[in-house]
Design a protein around this ligand. Structure first.
Ligand code: HBI
Length: 97
């Protein structure tokens, strides 16, 4: 099982992720970001690309799409918090958006 991030890892990874719009949830068990696109088709296209990656990584986002926005929450359910898998998926989603 993937291990939860240590305090030092969290500080390091979150400082770069927060520069890209990711924020910790209250309690720190997850990170969230709202992606905004030009229209619904672009938002859904992003979700389609991200879904294929998530499946390949065997790591899946919690997300909600409203018209042209996609609100993403990442957490490792098996570990009960944040792991490097969340960091990797967050970076991948930034690259795909
Ligand atoms: N996705 N976000 C997230 N967290 C998990 O713990 C997780 C997952 N996708 C698949 C998965 N775990 C599986 O490894 C198992 O639950 C078997």
């Amino acid at each position: 099982m993937t291990a939860k991030l240590t305090e030092d890892q969290r500080r390091l990874e979150l400082s770069s992720l927060s520069a890209h719009g990711w924020a910790e949830t209250e309690g720190g068990d997850a990170i969230v970001k709202t992606f905004e696109f030009g229209d619904f088709v672009s938002a859904f296209g992003f979700m389609t690309r991200a879904a294929l990656w998530a499946e390949k990584m065997d790591h899946h986002p919690d997300w909600k799409n409203v018209y042209k926005t996609v609100e993403v929450t990442l957490s490792t359910h098996d570990a009960g918090g944040l792991t490097m898998k969340d960091v990797e998926l967050a970076r991948k989603m930034d690259a795909l958006a």
